[in-house]
Design a binder for this molecule. Structure first.
Ligand SMILES: O=C(O)[C@@H](CO)OP(=O)(O)O
Length: 248
C-alpha cells in the first residue's frame, strides 16, 4: 500500500515574468502561467491521477493555479484547505526588488545566499513598506508573530506542523492529495521527504506548473527519491529557467 502525493508549483506569475522577488506579495498569473496550470491539470487527467483533496497556500498564484488545474481534470468539486503555512517564503526586504539589480548590487555570493542558502534570511521588511503584509487581514490571526522575513529553515519549521496535522492524515485515509504551493515551500517539503542535506538543498529548483508525483510508503518515505515529474523534459527546461533567474 502506497500513498499518492502530488506537488504542483503555481504557473508563471506576473513577478516571475518581471524577475522580481515576490515572497508573500500577492501577484496573479500571467497568460503563460494560466496555460501552464491548465496543462498541469491535463497531465494529471492523462496519468489517471485525480486528486481527492486539495491543500493550497493563501496566495492567489497558487489558488488560481489549483482551480485551473482542477477544472482541466474535472475535479473542481473536491474539498479544499488553505493555509499561510504553505505560502512562499517571506522574502523580507527583497520583496518587490529586481533580481538582476540585486545580483549586480550585492554580488553573486550574497545574492545566492539570500536566494538558496538554508538558514540566511534577507533583512526584514519594514511594516510601512508598500510590499509588506503587516496589515493584511488574512494574517491577522498571527499577530506579532507574522514573519517579516524568512529563510528556508523558517519555512520548513512553519510548514511541518501543517504537513503532520493536515496533509498526512488525508494521505493515511487513502486520499490522493494535491498540494498547490510555491517554489520555496515545496523545496522545504521535498527536503523533508527526500532527506536532502542543508547544503544540497541549495541546488534544488522546482519548475512552474508541472505536477511532481510522490508515491510514499507506510512511513511516508518516498518509494523513489525525488518523485517523478509528469512531463520530465518540460520540467528540465523550467528548472534551468528558475535556476538562472537574475542572470538575463
Ligand atoms: O521571488 C520569489 O518569491 C521566489 C519564487 O518565485 O523566487 P526565488 O526562486 O528567487 O526564491
Amino acid at each position: 500500500m502506497t500513498y499518492t502525493l502530488i506537488l504542483l508549483r503555481h504557473g508563471q506569475s506576473d513577478w516571475n515574468q518581471k524577475n522580481l522577488f515576490t515572497g508573500w506579495y500577492d501577484v496573479t498569473l500571467t497568460e503563460q502561467g494560466r496555460r501552464e496550470a491548465i496543462r498541469g491539470g491535463e497531465l494529471l487527467a492523462e496519468a489517471g491521477l485525480l486528486p481527492d483533496v486539495l491543500h493550497t497556500s493563501v496566495l492567489k498564484r497558487a489558488t488560481i493555479t489549483a482551480n485551473l488545474a482542477l477544472e482541466a481534470a474535472d475535479r473542481t468539486w473536491i474539498p479544499v484547505s488553505r493555509s499561510w503555512r504553505l505560502n512562499e517564503r517571506h522574502y523580507g526586504a527583497l520583496q518587490g526588488k529586481d533580481k538582476a539589480q540585486t545580483l549586480a548590487e550585492y554580488g553573486e555570493e550574497q545574492f545566492m545566499q539570500w536566494r538558496r542558502s538554508y538558514d540566511t534570511p534577507p533583512p526584514p521588511l519594514d511594516d510601512d513598506s508598500e510590499f509588506s503584509q503587516a496589515h493584511d487581514p488574512r494574517y491577522a490571526e498571527l499577530g506579532a508573530d507574522a514573519p517579516r522575513t524568512e529563510c528556508l529553515k523558517d519555512v520548513l519549521e512553519r510548514m511541518l506542523p501543517y504537513w503532520e496535522d493536515e496533509i498526512k492524515p488525508d494521505l493515511a485515509a487513502g486520499k490522493t492529495v494535491l498540494v498547490a504551493a510555491h517554489g520555496n515551500s515545496l523545496r522545504a517539503l521535498v527536503k523533508h521527504l527526500d532527506g536532502i542535506s542543508d547544503e544540497d538543498i541549495a541546488g534544488l529548483n522546482i519548475p512552474t506548473g508541472i505536477p511532481l508525483v510522490y508515491e510514499l510508503d507506510e512511513d511516508f518515505r518516498p518509494v523513489a527519491r525525488g518523485g517523478r515529474y509528469l512531463d520530465p523534459s518540460a520540467a528540465e527546461e523550467s528548472i534551468k529557467a528558475v535556476a538562472s533567474q537574475g542572470r538575463h
